[in-house]
Design a protein around this ligand. Structure first.
Ligand code: PT1
Length: 290
């Protein structure tokens, strides 16, 4: 396997085995009722805990994009994420990513130490490609049909696997034309973003086809409602099925798994990697015939 190392603003992210991205939501509901400074301390402590548990990157987000979520102003998003990114980058060498659609937030986050832009809007905001090209950091382009407020109302596709792959490849092309290095682009099919349960399952079943387009693939499946739809489990009972989905993605070549449950996911992925790496290590004896 060729060594694949992403340069996240000077912090290496090695992708020769599947890695865990730890989710750090900094929304008012996630670290509430302790006041502004305590909320920052709690978020940083949670980030460092995920580093201890084996996260290879921490994804800091200040705008919820789950189905039905409301928009957040630039100032509110900056107030939430920038102090957390600054403090986290001071406290650890692990790369930090910023989960945002807004070019102004991308700029401030990278100035604060972030080394990767994770954009569920695939840099379609005005000026977003120029911004990331200038910042020189890697970017994850995600597929979404519609917008968070309404995306689950009536998702429809002809061939969901081809349409999602073609969209992402077109966005990657636009990014490369706009000055973002090909080596700095990751793709994400966007599980739960304008997709029915069947769409999500089809996309995961055929994830190897997205991987074969030649960009590192990132997936977020942790605790998502597709698990609730298939197994009838509430969000706090979705760890084991989330691990199953993570391994199905990694087995097909996904390089980064975005998750709330870092320790458990890392163990599942390390075991998956142990099996996958045997494919390239001829340890068996040739069988004598005749
Ligand atoms: C994701 C992702 C993300 N997901 C990337 N960034 C969320 N790159 C935020 C549900 O169906 O998959 N990839 N940033 C969270 N969004 C959702 C969407 C959360 C759907 C929950 C659901 O439950």
């Amino acid at each position: 396997m060729n060594p694949l190392i992403l340069d996240c603003a000077g912090r290496p992210l090695e992708l020769s085995r599947p890695r865990v991205m730890g989710i750090l939501n900094v929304t008012p509901d996630s670290f509430s009722d302790g006041g502004e400074f305590l909320a920052i301390d709690m978020a940083v402590a949670r980030g460092l805990q995920m580093v201890e548990e084996g996260a290879a990157i921490i994804d800091v987000g200040g705008e919820s994009t789950r189905p039905g979520a409301a928009d957040v102003s630039i100032d509110a998003e900056l107030d939430r994420v920038i102090p957390v990114i600054e403090a986290l980058c001071d406290a650890t060498d692990v790369p930090v990513s910023v989960d945002t659609r807004k070019p102004a937030v991308m700029q401030a986050a990278v100035a604060a130490g972030a080394g990767l832009v994770n954009d569920v809007y695939a840099l379609q905001a005005d000026g977003a490609i120029d911004m990331v090209a200038g910042l020189g950091v890697p970017v994850c382009l995600m597929h979404m049909q519609g917008a968070p407020g309404t995306m689950q109302d009536d998702p429809h596709y002809g061939d969901v696997v081809n349409e999602v792959g073609d969209f992402l490849q077109a966005r990657a092309g636009a990014c490369i034309a706009g000055g973002i290095a090909r080596e700095r682009i990751l793709l994400d099919p966007g599980f739960g973003f304008g997709k029915t349960t069947d769409h999500n399952l089809l996309l995961l079943q055929a994830l190897h086809r997205l991987v074969s387009r030649g960009f590192p693939v990132l997936v977020g499946l942790s605790r998502k409602s597709l698990i609730g739809k298939v197994l009838g489990l509430p969000v706090d009972k979705r760890l084991y099925p989330s691990l199953s989905l993570a391994v199905i993605a990694a087995w097909q070549g996904a390089r980064i798994i975005r998750t709330h449950d870092v320790h458990a996911t890392r163990e599942a992925l390390d075991m998956c990697h142990a099996v996958m790496s045997m494919a390239t290590q001829a340890l068996y004896e040739p069988v004598e015939t005749g």
